[in-house]
Each structure stands twice: as structure tokens, then as C-alpha cells.
Design a protein around this ligand. Structure first.
Ligand code: ARG
Length: 468
């Protein structure tokens, strides 16, 4: 626990107390050791709040100017790392208020007019969420751009596609890579939705019941760039949905990163041998000299646990808390900040990693041969000839059995051998067989046909260049 000085006490301890807090009370309840991460947002909120108080006549021009000067000085000190954070003052809010009292004199005592730490913390957190989501959206964008560059390079190259981790049908590497781009786009949408819901001003709810003072919430909202103000003071004080939305958006995205990492780890194994990771992005073994390990991908996969952990943590934190504010809520920050830091590091690393990997086209294509992955397009060939799909599916299965018995691929069977299985099979089936034949035969929108993939690459390029 952070050590607390015995001489100073939080301005939040009013005249009602007849003795100072026990050092253990102070040490156990302090949050400044971690909520100081919100200092910038706390200052921005206070500056806007002071301007609003001036507008409605609760501060004089001189008082507002003194507060502004004091708050700016504190901001400069914090930025320079010179600010003396003191756990005796509990949290970021009280630390700044105390410092302001030393700088702005009597006016400092007026800043907390029509404000509680309950709406203040909700404000700081909403501003933090907004800022993080904007940064995350930009970082997601960078990962998408790296994936897109790879998708362009390998647009038409066949690779096996899997279901149940069994070879299923040939796809193209570009199509596979664009699948990840799609998932990340949904993440970006989720971030935008979470931002929208967080982007409402809680200030003015005060502790839980608003205030008898004539404040102008819409004005403060405008100053801070919020889309509106919250509607119910009790809900505002009790609400942490903006953190749940944030943690959910982060968790889903972290799961996407983890699944991508898992694929790439698999593809980089000797058994697959499709993916080469540049030396600068691999790690070695302390004992096995031959090792080149994909630790960065493994860490991206591992760190996803933190994001999901924080989502669970926040849900459990809120469960069973009575309306409105409860001190339990203070426990929302530390793990959230930690998980977010690690999540954003994963995004940043991944964007760079993807610029430093290459796929082995020949090995991927070779892996498409031998697993009868073209059996489905062969069945579809028979459907085009008029056969009901169930019969076509059965005939294609029989043909696989015939080919397998001779250790041949479907392409290697003669027309005579094929016709022995079904008379509708003739030489015109040949072009749809084999990895390239199969991928070129796909026509449905959203399929891995190299022509369609190239179009998709072009569309994504335009879309990402617009910056959303
Ligand atoms: N540190 C507190 C939190 O994070 C700030 C609000 C404190 N409010 C209070 N009434 N003690 O929730």
C-alpha cells in the first residue's frame, strides 16, 4: 500500500470529523497512485466547469481567471513530471484541488461548486474512454492497412481453407487475410458505438441529486465536445456502462487478435511451413540453438486474457451494487488501465509484425493438393449439369473413394474413370479441379475467387484511405 503522510489530510474530510483518519484508512482508500492517469481529463473538466460557473454568475471573471491560471500551472507541472502527488489527499481530484488552493487562493474553494467527485470521476472516465477509443480506432486502422498490403501481395495465391482444422476447400491467401480485415472493421464499428454512448456529459448530476444552484449543463457539454447531457442524475451517478461497452469492444477485438495470432503461429510451424517471420520479430531459445520462436504472436494471444478479464471484473464489480455511487467503483480503474495498455501494445506490435512476415506460395499451393479439397466444386459441376445436389454430393464422394484407392488426385483421374462413377462427368470438369481450378470457379459474392479478391482489395484500399 502507498505510504501516507501523517501531517496532511484530504480536503474531503470536513468539519464533521473529530479526528484524523487512521493511516491504514488513508492507505487503503487512496486511489491517486493509479487514478492520476486521469489528471489531464480532470483538468479539462475543471476548466470547463469553471467557465460554466462564470457564465451562470457563480464565479466572477477574476475568480475564473485565477482558477484557469492555477489549473494551467498544475497541468504544466504534471506534464513536466514535477507535480508532487500525495496519497494523503486520496485521489486525483483532491490532489489537484489541494494544489489549486496553494496557487489560486480563495477562488480555489469555489471550483467544487455544484460538483461532486461522483460526477467528476464519471466525467474523467468518459473523457478517458473517448480518447482511448479514438487512439484504438487509429491503431486498428494501421493493422488493417498492414493486412491489406499482404492481401494485395497474395491476392490470388491458393491456400487450404479449414473447418474443424481439417482441410476443407481451397481459398486464396488474400481472401483469408481480408477475413481478418473484416473482423477488425466490426471492432472499429463497436468502438464508434461505444464512443457514442460514452460521449454524454455526466457533470451536473453532482453526488446523485443534481443541485439547487442554477448551472448550465448544456454549456459545459458543448465546451467538452459532448453530444449531449445525461438525463437522470441518479442513473448518472450509478452508471458505468460506458466502461462495460469499452471493455466489451476491447475484448472482442482482443479475441480477434488472438485468433489471428493463433493462425500465424500455426502457419509458422515446420509442419505447415507457410509463414516466415523476419528474424527481427522472432525470439530464440536459451538452450535450443535452432529455435526461432513466434513469441510476439504468442504474447498477443496471451494478452487477450487481460481484456476479457477486465470485462468480467467490471461486470462483477457492478453486480449487486445498490443505486447510486459506491466506492467499489474505484476498483474499475487499475485493471482497466493495465488491460488497455497491453491491448494497445498488441495492436501497435501487430501492425509492425505484419510488415515483417511473408507467405510461401509454393508450400501453400502444394498443401491444397492431396486432400480432395476440390470435391465440392466437382459436385457443383454436376449440379450445373442438372443433377440434384444430394446426388452430386454422393457421386463426388464415390469419385474421391476411387481416386484415394489409387493414390491419385481428382485431376489425375481419366475421363473414363470419372464416367464410370457418373456419366455427366466429362472432360469439361477438368478446369474446375486442382487448387487454381477450384478458386477460379467460385463466383458468389464474398468468395475467394482471385478476381473478386482483387476487387475487394481495391475497395478496402479506398475505404481505408478515406480514414473511415
Ligand atoms: N476515487 C473515486 C472513484 O474512483 C472517486 C469518487 C469518489 N467519491 C466518493 N464519494 N468517495 O470512484
Amino acid at each position: 500500500m502507498a505510504r501516507v503522510s501523517k501531517r496532511e489530510r484530504s480536503p474531503a474530510r470536513s468539519g464533521v470529523f473529530s479526528k484524523p483518519a487512521d493511516p491504514l484508512t488513508e492507505a487503503f482508500t487512496q486511489s491517486v497512485s493509479f487514478d492520476r492517469e486521469l489528471a489531464r481529463h480532470d483538468l479539462a473538466g475543471s476548466l470547463a466547469h469553471a467557465r460554466m460557473l462564470l457564465k451562470v454568475g457563480l464565479l466572477t471573471r477574476a475568480e475564473e481567471a485565477a482558477l484557469r491560471k492555477g489549473l494551467e500551472a498544475i497541468r504544466a507541472e504534471i506534464e513536466a513530471g514535477r507535480f508532487a502527488w500525495n496519497p494523503a489527499f486520496e485521489d486525483v481530484h483532491m490532489n489537484i484541488e489541494k494544489a489549486l488552493a496553494d496557487r489560486a487562493g480563495a477562488a480555489a474553494g469555489k471550483l467544487h461548486t455544484a460538483r461532486s467527485r461522483n460526477d467528476q470521476i464519471a466525467l474523467d472516465e468518459r473523457l478517458w474512454v473517448r480518447e482511448q477509443l479514438d487512439a484504438i480506432r487509429a491503431e486498428l486502422h494501421a493493422v488493417q492497412r498492414s493486412l491489406l498490403a499482404l492481401a494485395e501481395t497474395y491476392a490470388g495465391d491458393p491456400m487450404p481453407g479449414y473447418t474443424h482444422l481439417q482441410r476443407a476447400q481451397p481459398v486464396t491467401c488474400g481472401h483469408y487475410l481480408l477475413a481478418h480485415v473484416e473482423a477488425l472493421e466490426r471492432d472499429a464499428d463497436r468502438c464508434a458505438e461505444a464512443r457514442h454512448r460514452a460521449n454524454v456529459l455526466p457533470l451536473g448530476a453532482c453526488a446523485l441529486a443534481g443541485t439547487s444552484l442554477p448551472i448550465d449543463r448544456a454549456y459545459t457539454a458543448k465546451l467538452l465536445g459532448f453530444e449531449g447531457v445525461t438525463r437522470n442524475s441518479m442513473d448518472t451517478s450509478a452508471d458505468r456502462d460506458y466502461l462495460l461497452d469499452f471493455a466489451y469492444a476491447m475484448s472482442v477485438c482482443a479475441i480477434h487478435l488472438s485468433r489471428l495470432a493463433e493462425d500465424f503461429i500455426l502457419y509458422a510451424t515446420t509442419e505447415f511451413g507457410w509463414l516466415k517471420i523476419d528474424d527481427a520479430w522472432c525470439t530464440g531459445s536459451s538452450i535450443m540453438p535452432q529455435k526461432r520462436n513466434p513469441d510476439l504472436f504468442e504474447l498477443i494471444r496471451g494478452k487477450a486474457g487481460r481484456a476479457v478479464g477486465v470485462l468480467n471484473h467490471l461486470l462483477m464489480l457492478l453486480k449487486g451494487t445498490p443505486l447510486t455511487y459506491n466506492r467499489d467503483f474505484q476498483e474499475d480503474k487499475e485493471v482497466l488501465f493495465d488491460a488497455t495498455r497491453h491491448f494497445r501494445a498488441s495492436l501497435q506490435v501487430l501492425a509492425r509484425m505484419l510488415e515483417n512476415v511473408s507467405f510461401d506460395r509454393a508450400k501453400m499451393e502444394a498443401a491444397c493438393v492431396g486432400g480432395y479439397m476440390d470435391a465440392t466444386v466437382l459436385a457443383e459441376f454436376l449440379v450445373r449439369k442438372g443433377l440434384p445436389f444430394r446426388q452430386a454430393h454422393h457421386a463426388a464422394g464415390q469419385l474421391v473413394k476411387v481416386a484415394a484407392a489409387q493414390g491419385k488426385t481428382l485431376s489425375e483421374l481419366s475421363v473414363r474413370e470419372m464416367q464410370a462413377v457418373h456419366p455427366l462427368l466429362d472432360a469439361s470438369v477438368k478446369p474446375v479441379l486442382g487448387p487454381r481450378g477450384a478458386v477460379n470457379s467460385y463466383v458468389s459474392q464474398g468468395s475467394p475467387n482471385p478476381k473478386l479478391v482483387r476487387k475487394e482489395v481495391a475497395a478496402w484500399k479506398k475505404r481505408l484511405a478515406r480514414g473511415r
